[in-house]
Design a protein around this ligand. Sequence first.
Ligand SMILES: Cc1cc2nc3c(=O)[nH]c(=O)nc-3n(C[C@H](O)[C@H](O)[C@H](O)COP(=O)(O)OP(=O)(O)OC[C@H]3O[C@@H](n4cnc5c(N)ncnc54)[C@H](O)[C@@H]3O)c2cc1C
Length: 402
Amino acid sequence: MRTEVLVVGAGPTGLFLAGLLATRGVEVVVLEQRSRPAEHSRAIGLHPPALHALEGLGMAEAAVAEGVRVRRGVGYGDGAGPGSLLGELSLDRVDARFPFVLTLPQVCTEQLLAARLEELAPGTVRRGREVTGLRQSAAGATVVARAGEAEEQWEARVVIGADGTRSRVRELAGVGSTARDWGDHYLMGDFDDPDGEPGAHIHLHRDGVVERFPLPGGRRRWVVHTGRERVPERAGELAGRAFERIGLAPEPDTATMLSAFTVQRRLAGRMVSGRTVLAGDAAHGISPIGGQGMTLGWLDALALAPLLQDLVQGGPGRPGRLSADDRPGGRLEDHPGFARFDARRRRAARIAARQAEVNMLLGRPMPSAACRVRDATVRTALAAGARNRLARLYTMGWAGRS
Ligand SMILES: Cc1cc2nc3c(=O)[nH]c(=O)nc-3n(C[C@H](O)[C@H](O)[C@H](O)COP(=O)(O)OP(=O)(O)OC[C@H]3O[C@@H](n4cnc5c(N)ncnc54)[C@H](O)[C@@H]3O)c2cc1C
């Protein structure tokens, strides 16, 4: 079987990139190992650059209609009750068109993306196909996929590894990666939220951070730092720890999702290698704290789509193929456009990873003396003129320039 661009992985990155390629008239197929879409609501935060990216597929309005617009973040220090309030961050000035962070569970975002892709190019996503082999040549690549008992072979001019942090494509392409395990554990869950208050609340307690974010449908995401300990995935465990720290807790019986996770950073040594390009978590798995992963993947896709179009259809004013095809070996990293993509997108990932790690360090358990210093610093930052810059930083305002 043949296609121009073969995307491995129908997560948010793969679906979004395939949608962009379809709008550009580029033939694309997506192979996904799962036979059904995932049901786990991992990412909930869509920053303004993500919403601008969705506009490219004509989807921003639909997403905004389904999500909750978070226009302010409220920070609390050690302790409980109103006395722990450190200050507030308004998002009113972070973006002219989208002055908010949208919360929408990843399952809903993926559903919207899949439906849009199906409209643009029906049958693009082939489910139940696990990619197990990859062979590259000067003109393209051959991919082997297991489909139940059968095996399929796909020929493509370029293969995109959008297959997540444990990327098989990255491994098959021989691309190394560096990993750092921070050993910080969290318990996360989605619960009923009778208040329905649309602010994001971050409690920097001495026993570890408690975070509360509004979700559509009168729900709220709770995240609790559990120190170096991986605790059982139980709603009562999460609610008990939250209550001990801040005197507030979700109703355990209303949990629809629970997950214990640990923070890891994994960055690929290269995003472009031969006829393979990595995108999204396959290229850069960063800490979920701060919620930047999905936005990063979409920005990879936005930068990559025009390069792939040029590769397949010929560059602007040039009827032939992109010059990478004329070079010995056909390696995409030899082409200036792909080389620039590689450098810029890995730089953006490093910035996001560092920011996520600062967030994580601020929310770690710490002795009360250290808490007092941290709280005073955060209170000053939230009160000072730097507030708008901070708001832009936390909503990935830097991402459009990197
Ligand atoms: C707890 C948690 C909370 C998070 N919160 C946020 C947030 O609020 N905001 C945010 O932006 N990000 C958040 N993230 C990160 C976000 O979920 C990821 O960045 C995002 O899912 C990455 O998308 P992706 O498409 O690159 O990879 P994935 O979502 O991992 O998708 C990869 C796809 O590839 C498929 N696949 C894998 N191997 C193969 C194979 N060999 N053959 C075929 N298919 C294959 C998988 O089945 C999967 O469908 C969070 C992550 C976690 C864990």
